[in-house]
Design a protein around this ligand. Structure first.
Ligand SMILES: [Zn+2]
Length: 323
């Protein structure tokens, strides 16, 4: 019997996606509203309320709580969101209180990458795994660390920033101000920039035609398209990117002694060539005792991972409380 329902809210820079989710991770009802980020926090919060109200309209199911995955620094205990990137003018907002007062349900907040890690633990590839490192590949490279079925948050909630593990102290400049961060190699814009630079030396690549057909535009998806057409350059580029990620993950695996990695996000769509090379890179660089244990798995929550991750926060926290 699917008798437990919660609401998951994925607060993104463009859209706010809300859903009613069962304890098996099935979305039974879904609503998407525009974030209207440029209009500032009051408008965004109104939009959020609108989305949730829409979900609850004529709803007879008993809702156990609301989970919210938000960008930026999230303090779950205080229920606050601080300086989320892509949401101008926020500073610090006590989102938890605001939503609790409006809807009278318990509200659980978490950073979106951490929420996605919890989502994989509760509903996805991490269900049967005690400890794993979750990595999400997209505009940025985010992460979350699950140790013995618990999220490691660190002192201020900033743990798991795998994107800023450096693979080269003289390397490419990262948005964070440091150099050589893995995000500065495989974050979407950086990935495309690296591909375009290398393409100059590969006039034979099908990507030249693909870029021309797309008015000079290149994206990870188009690189993947070329790789699927057996373009040697595109395939090698994906393999190289995977190896770089593997090197960054090797440092994380060595530090944490957690050899299982779950990879999600848009760029994970590169599939087998990426996953094989991530494993190769990681196995090559981890300590000897860890080499046979390295395990690289694709995330299982794909579409609506944001809603599912956010909803998983409710199940995760209620379970913790009942212990
Ligand atoms: Zn960085």
């Amino acid at each position: 019997m699917k008798n437990k329902y919660v609401i998951g809210v994925d607060l993104g820079g463009t859209n706010i996606k809300c859903g009613i989710v069962t304890e098996d991770g099935e979305i039974v009802k879904k609503v998407s509203v525009k974030t209207l980020a440029k209009k500032g926090p009051e408008t965004v919060i109104e939009q959020m309320k609108k989305g949730i109200k829409h979900l609850l309209e004529n709803e007879t199911k008993k809702i156990k709580g609301i989970g919210v995955g938000a960008p930026g620094i999230v303090k779950p205990k205080k229920g606050s969101v601080e300086n989320p990137p892509n949401l101008p003018g926020w500073g610090k907002v006590h989102l938890g209180n605001i939503l609790e007062q409006e809807f009278n349900y318990p509200v659980f907040l978490e950073n979106d990458a951490n929420a996605a890690a919890i989502g994989e633990m509760i509903f996805g590839a991490g269900k049967e795994i005690r400890s794993f490192i979750f990595v999400t590949l997209g505009t940025g490279v985010g992460g979350g660390i699950i140790h013995r079925k618990k999220l490691i948050r660190g002192d201020s909630g900033a743990a798991g920033e795998i994107g800023h593990v450096s693979i080269d102290y003289k390397g490419r400049k990262c948005n964070c101000g440091s150099r050589g961060c893995i995000e500065a190699y495989i974050g979407n814009a950086h990935l495309v920039d690296r591909a375009k630079r290398s393409l100059r030396y590969h006039p034979e690549s099908k990507l030249h035609r693909i870029i021309a057909e797309n008015n000079g535009y290149l994206s990870p998806r188009l690189i993947n398209e070329a790789a699927k057409q057996k373009d040697g350059f595109a395939l090698n580029f994906i393999r190289e990117s995977g190896k770089l990620l593997g090197y960054a993950l090797a440092s994380t695996i060595n530090v944490l002694d957690i050899p299982t990695i779950i990879i999600g996000g848009g760029t994970a769509g590169f599939g087998k060539p990426l996953f094989d090379s991530v494993k190769e890179g990681a196995v090559d660089r981890v300590l000897k005792s860890l080499k046979p244990k390295v395990n690289i798995l694709p995330a299982q929550l794909k579409n609506d991972a944001g809603i599912k991750g956010a909803s998983a926060l409710v199940f995760y926290n209620l379970k913790k409380k009942s212990k």
